[in-house]
Design a binder for this molecule. Sequence first.
Ligand code: PLP
Length: 225
Amino acid sequence: MIGYDVKEHLRAVLDTLPDGVRLVAISKFHPVEYIEAAYAEGQRIFGESHEQELRLKHEQLPKDIEWHFIGHLQTNKVKYIAPYVSMIEAVDSLKLLQEINHQAERCGRVIRVLLELHIAEESTKYGLTLDACRSLLEGGEWRSMQYVQICGLMMMASFTDDKQQIRREMQTAADFFDEVKMKYFATDEAFCERSWGMSDDYDIACQTRSTMVRIGTAIFGPRVY
Ligand SMILES: *Cc1c(COP(=O)(O)O)cnc(C)c1O
């Protein structure tokens, strides 16, 4: 037994997600028992933001879990997660993309990634500004990277109670998705993911064309750091 009803909270979240929106259960700082409880309910996609924590959990848990790395990833850590990570969600530089390509080649696999946008007003958030993202794509280096597949965009809205602001930011991301889809990925079916929405704002994300919500607290309870 664990001290928190993961099953009930997971069910409640899943019940509110529209068709076409997948759940990435954000399990960072929560023990493996919590992940096992969600796994027992059929959840297979989990997100972690620290390389070491992810490694330990990957070792202990079933191998059909799809692990998404959602945090800021230092280039020197890519090699540790490259053998098994399912998706790296927060790619915010060409340098990181190149290193993922390099490590994926060494592992003989293709790693799916998202480009992280910085749209929120906080200066502390990572990510590419829209212009930086445009120049990364315009530069074209990514086209010759055979071991990474750019599957879409990821963003985190501002941490605020202002729902209109959150909606504006997510809508900006959705519009930007259309722009780059048309310009660079029109014939690339793999470029289809829009990862936004967390515990406090995933309702708005579902209304602004998110395909992938990243929810931790609403499923596993408050994190103990
Ligand atoms: C922690 C985290 C989440 C989940 O946040 P909750 O508010 O607990 O749902 C989502 N995305 C990223 C990038 C995170 O770091």
